[in-house]
Design a binder for this molecule. Sequence first.
Ligand code: SAM
Length: 449
Amino acid sequence: MKTEKQYKDLTIREFTKAADIYESSHAGIYEMCKDDYPYISGELAKEDYIDLLDCGCGTGPMISLLYEADPSRHYTGIDITPRMIEVARAKNLPGVTWVVGDCENLPFDDNAFDVIICSNSFHHYPNPQKFFDSAQRVLRPGGRLILQDYTAPAPVLWLMNHTEMPLANLIGHGDVGAYSLDEVRRFCGKSGLRVEKLERGRKFRLHLVARKGPVPEPQRNDSLTRKEQIKNAYKLTGSKSGFYDGMMTYSTLPGKTICRLVWNMDGQKNLRYLEKALSGVPQDFEGKLLEVPVGTGVLTMPVYADLPKADITCLDYSEKMMASAREKAETMGIANIKFVQGDVGSLPFEDESFDVVLSLNGFHAFPDKEAAYRETYLVLKKGGIFCGCFYIKGECGRTDWFIDHLYGPKGFFTPPYETRESLRQQLEQRYEKVKTTAVEGIGCFRCRK
Ligand SMILES: C[S@@+](CC[C@H](N)C(=O)[O-])C[C@H]1O[C@@H](n2cnc3c(N)ncnc32)[C@H](O)[C@@H]1O
């Protein structure tokens, strides 16, 4: 029996040696880890998510696969072995966060992730309960832990823990222990995770899917509730809505056609970019919010209908568009809202007067973008959130073509356009905690003043 530190030092030594061959075809005993990736991908595909954490990510093979399939999500990998993270970082996957750290004490905020995966790392943890407690803390309500590791029937498990693992320690491996299904169930129960799947598979595989819950009413899973609100926006438009609203909400035949043809987006992607863009507006927001430009309000009125304590101001240059937003607000009984006609390049508000400034699909059209960045920054309070989305070039060739040949020449959009990288740099000049992602040609951002 070794101390916690001795086990962790052994692990780091083992994987420092393994890092450079880990993903090669000469990975030796680690080859078998690859068998678990399809299973994890399959579980992940069952539910939508935005923020994923890979615990004991190693050189990031799982994150690489997921990123390749969908680079628009936000992936974070944590591993205790610095060399594994160095190799992962060298892959240069834009937007992916790599952290050297201990899964028994995850260095992340509470409720930060929609899903956690952990594959073939758990048997290295000297304090398994601490891992479950930590995972539970950083998961969002309703979020899932998907874990793959070893287990076996009792006699085999005993042999694994009393002969195989101590022998492995002698040859420099940091294995600590494998657990029975009952023990795993107890770890989950103690940490407040609800077991949804717990199975022993072939080749001594342990499959676990556990969920943080139940979702407490006052702080329900933001992304789920937000999704419902956005879906409400879709319903609100219906088949009788105008072309613009139908396109924004992917709810009419012409709208869907444009979304697919120009933006390469289906309903899922549409929903995903809106969720990301709105992620800076807390579910229970009670402060002052400015939306600019509000347009017809089709995307945001259903969100505002659920923010009865917020003080909302909507601004647009076009009275005509705003009349449609005003009508929606009246129909939905939103009283805590004002509409102001004005120019984003010269906002008619005092400096530092809003807690959140939200801008959906506007910046690509503003002629003086620098003025818009400046003004939105000035009216935001210190510590306030600036979030939203707009077209960025370089992410989807088809969209770029339509913008250059149609939307730009027709005057719907005004160059120059940001790229994902220039958007990040632009925001970092003024803001902290800048987070940018792209869903096809739409760049989503959230940052703090
Ligand atoms: C066999 S590798 C698995 C890598 C990857 N998850 C996969 O499935 O290919 C185990 C990884 O767990 C990491 N690890 C072990 N103990 C850890 C701990 N306490 N915190 C974070 N990572 C740990 C090791 O450094 C190693 O990179």
